[in-house]
Ligand binder design. Structure first.
Ligand SMILES: N[C@@H](CCC(=O)N[C@@H](CS)C(=O)NCC(=O)O)C(=O)O
Length: 213
């Protein structure tokens, strides 16, 4: 078998998703550090985003496609249930995380802290304040959903949880969002429990360069 390369920066929540997927599946991989829009990424992703993947002659972009490939190429526990209903519910939550939760919590809120675009590099308070009321709604929804079984879907840890976990990791680090995590008891215990999985611990994002403190 050729080497499976996951190409991207380990701080990216989407790179983290693919790494957790490999670890849960028990698939060895090599993380090849690369930033978005670098030549090695642009060669595979049409819009220069990370992660991308290389496995022998197979190259892929987009975390969902990469996880599908990993799940169906290698032996190991399924990342998404093969039952059509549970599988569809998993896709439903992956999509909700990617199209609603990531744009608000990561791109808008976390971006306003980490990549604020302000003259002095201080957090973009206007963008943060605009995100907070909507974030309250998202946290309430997630808290309600995971309260039922401790998972987003059914009674097992699926790719839906894998997609959410790196986002919650960052939310637990920032001031306004960590207060929200603490105020939602079911989400808090969901986060604590799943972050203690060996896969999540091993793929924990390192600090962004220059933000080690
Ligand atoms: N839909 C993509 C999203 C990947 C993504 O947004 N990656 C971010 C890093 S977390 C990125 O490459 N951003 C650079 C950019 O948008 O230009 C996936 O699921 O892989």
């Amino acid at each position: 078998m050729p080497e499976l390369q996951i190409i991207g920066a380990p701080q990216s929540n989407y790179v983290c998703v693919v790494r957790i997927a490999c670890l849960e599946k028990g698939v060895p991989y090599t993380l090849v550090p690369a930033i978005p829009h670098s030549p090695e990424v642009d060669a595979i992703h049409p819009f220069g985003k990370i992660p991308v993947m290389r496995h022998g002659d197979v190259t892929l972009s987009e975390s969902r496609a990469i996880c599908f490939y990993i799940d169906h190429t290698f032996d190991g526990p399924p990342l998404a249930p093969r039952d059509p209903v549970e599988g569809a519910r998993t896709e439903e939550w992956i999509s909700l995380v990617n199209t609603h939760i990531d744009p608000l919590l990561v791109r808008q809120y976390l971006g306003a802290h980490f990549f604020p675009g302000t003259p002095d590099g201080s957090p973009n308070r206007a963008a943060i304040e605009a995100a907070l009321p909507k974030m309250e709604q998202h946290f309430a929804v997630l808290d309600r959903v995971v309260a039922k079984t401790g998972y987003l879907v059914g009674n097992t840890f699926t790719l839906a949880d894998i997609n959410l976990l790196p986002i919650l990791y960052y939310m637990n680090k920032m001031p306004e969002s960590s207060a929200m995590v603490r105020r939602h008891a079911s989400l808090r215990s969901y986060f604590d429990r799943h972050m203690s999985r060996p896969s999540a611990r091993e793929a924990t994002p390192p600090p962004f360069p220059g933000r080690e403190g």
